[in-house]
Design a protein around this ligand. Structure first.
Ligand code: CO8
Length: 259
């Protein structure tokens, strides 16, 4: 499938999705959100894709936020609708995918851009990355899950400060806060993301999907995460991957989950 605002490349069992609006610093307009939904859905359903890497085109920006020019004259109902639809189509959707998503943050990740990175399962950043939730400087608050996920990742105190000051932090600080897992040079960023993808691909896709569901359960209202873990754990015993993984251990060979 071809997209107007995305570049999709297959590298073995890893699919790289690049948001490609460099003149707007890859800002997320409605059309890009729709395309990301379609591309992520297709990758998730594709048996030949075991990991997705999400990044931005150009050297300057991952995603500089929601497209401000698109919503500047919206009224409250339209604003609410935009946030709700975006969350459903992209941010919550991404978080709940069965296929792990690594955000390779290659520059500005602001507002909806940081919210997109935070919805991914793993974040790595290049040393030029700048992250922040500047929405209050525009007279709004984060609307794509940022008030929730930032506090989950860095704690309530740091989240309050980042949101209230509308300030940006660099990659090293983001790593020390726990907002990104690893920092590297711009040149090495994709290689690092692909290396992590390679490690993931050695393991059972079914079990990884179950782990994503169990970990996410901790953040869902009214869901007992421990009970979800027990349920998912039990279900793993009925999968071919369980037979392959345990069989390979007993036979002293490397498990092959992806043939
Ligand atoms: N939306 C639309 N266009 C943008 C955006 C954006 N978020 N960011 C940059 N651009 C455009 C600029 O307008 C400019 O276009 P043009 O050349 O046509 O004027 C082009 O990208 C290049 O940008 P700059 O010239 O500003 O580049 P600089 O290097 O000088 O500055 C910055 C880079 C600091 C990243 C600057 O562009 C900036 O501050 N951008 C806006 C960052 C921001 O505030 N992001 C948060 C947006 S709000 C948001 O994400 C809300 C999420 C929740 C929404 C819920 C639904 C409503």
């Amino acid at each position: 499938m071809s997209y107007e605002n995305l570049i999709v490349e297959q590298k073995g069992m890893t699919q790289v999705i690049t948001i490609n609006r460099p003149k707007q610093l890859n800002a997320l307009n409605k059309a890009t959100i729709q395309e990301l939904h379609e591309a992520l859905d297709a990758a998730d359903k594709d048996a030949q894709t075991g990991v997705i890497i999400l990044t931005g085109s150009g050297e300057k920006s991952f995603v500089a936020g929601a497209d401000i020019k698109e919503f500047a004259d919206f009224d409250p109902a339209q604003g609410k609708d935009l946030a709700a639809q975006g969350q459903e189509k992209l941010f919550t959707f991404l978080q709940n995918l069965s296929t792990p998503v690594i955000a390779a943050v290659n520059g500005f990740a602001l507002g909806g851009g940081l919210e997109l990175a935070m919805a991914a399962h793993i974040r790595v950043a290049s040393d030029n990355a700048r992250m922040g939730l500047p929405e209050v400087s525009l007279g709004v608050i984060p609307g794509y899950g940022g008030t929730q996920r930032l506090a989950q990742l860095v704690g309530r105190g740091k989240a309050m400060e980042m949101v209230m000051t509308a300030g940006m932090i660099g990659a090293e600080e983001a790593q020390s806060w726990g907002l990104v897992n690893h920092v590297t040079t711009q040149e090495e960023l994709m290689a690092l993301a692909e290396k992590i993808a390679g490690k993931i691909l050695n393991n059972s896709g079914n079990a990884i999907a179950a782990a994503i569901r169990a970990i996410n359960a901790n953040y869902e209202d009214g869901v007992d995460g421990y009970a979800k873990e027990v349920e998912e754990f039990g279900n793993c015993f009925g999968t071919p991957d369980f037979k392959e993984g345990t069989g390979a251990f007993i036979e002293k060979r490397k498990a092959n989950f992806r043939s």
